[in-house]
Write a protein that binds this ligand. Structure first.
Ligand SMILES: [Mn+2]
Length: 247
């Protein structure tokens, strides 16, 4: 496996910034670009979380929309591209639909694969310590299997309405300026981690701010977002670069 593309934080389903449909079509252009130029057997597509502003799978129902993206991803997986989905804090409720229907492999957070003999530490970022008490409570609630079971009993129309209310509040916490404190927190985390285990590349999302920076012998990358930056990271088998989709 030689190439990898890292994409995050499209928050599809919200029309904040650029309308969702426009951003979805732009994302599909990137996926078609990959399909046209990169060989399936050697290319990974890694979705690093919050691709959807809200995703939840009921037993016989999934949120309406995103058919073009899901169809394109299914086409990619059918033609041999390895596609991974690392859930973010907005779309961690996938219980088999994305893997069985779309062919995407759902991976845990953090995920530490080896690609072309390089070691990767990949995380959405919302669980990187230290966390405030409210962050810890919300992470525990969202990961709770009892809460998930209970939410399945909520009618999808009501459930998605509640989720959108929450998501709106949550997005107000994402400023458009460099989130300096959070970036520093991730850097500290990397420095601590490197004392125990070495990873060549640390990939994070969640902050909606693209960044690439050398820390000691590692490279720290934040993929940015598909809301305003339309940024993504490319691993060419050896090094990693940030890029921006322009059109
Ligand atoms: Mn997030």
């Amino acid at each position: 496996m030689r190439y990898a593309f890292f994409i995050s934080d499209a928050h599809l389903g919200t029309d904040a910034y650029t309308p969702s449909k426009q951003r979805e079509l732009k994302l599909i252009k990137l996926l078609r670009y990959i399909q046209d130029r990169y060989p399936p057997k050697e290319t990974n597509i890694i979705l690093l979380g919050d691709i959807f502003d809200f995703w939840f799978e009921w037993k016989h129902s999934v949120p309406a929309g995103f058919v073009r993206l899901l169809g394109t991803l299914a086409d990619l997986t059918d033609s041999g591209y390895k596609t991974y989905f690392l859930p973010g804090n907005h779309d961690q409720w996938t219980f088999g639909y994305l893997s069985e229907e779309v062919g995407i492999e759902v991976v845990p957070d953090p995920w530490t694969p080896e690609l072309n003999s390089k070691k990767f530490f990949i995380s959405h970022g919302h669980k990187i310590p230290p966390l405030t008490l409210s962050e810890r409570l919300i992470n525990t609630l969202f990961e709770s299997s009892i809460a998930r079971k209970m939410f399945k009993f909520v009618h999808p129309d009501l459930g998605i309405w509640i989720a959108k209310k929450w998501s709106h509040t949550s997005r107000q916490n994402h400023p458009d300026v460099p989130p300096r404190k959070a970036l520093e927190k991730y850097e500290k985390f990397i420095t601590q981690m490197e004392k125990r285990t070495h990873y060549d590349f640390y990939l994070f999302a969640h902050l909606h701010y693209p960044i690439i920076k050398r820390i000691g012998n590692s490279v720290y990358v934040n993929t940015g977002d598909w809301l305003t930056h339309f940024s993504f990271a490319i691993f060419d088998g050896n090094t990693i670069k940030l890029a921006r989709w322009e059109d």
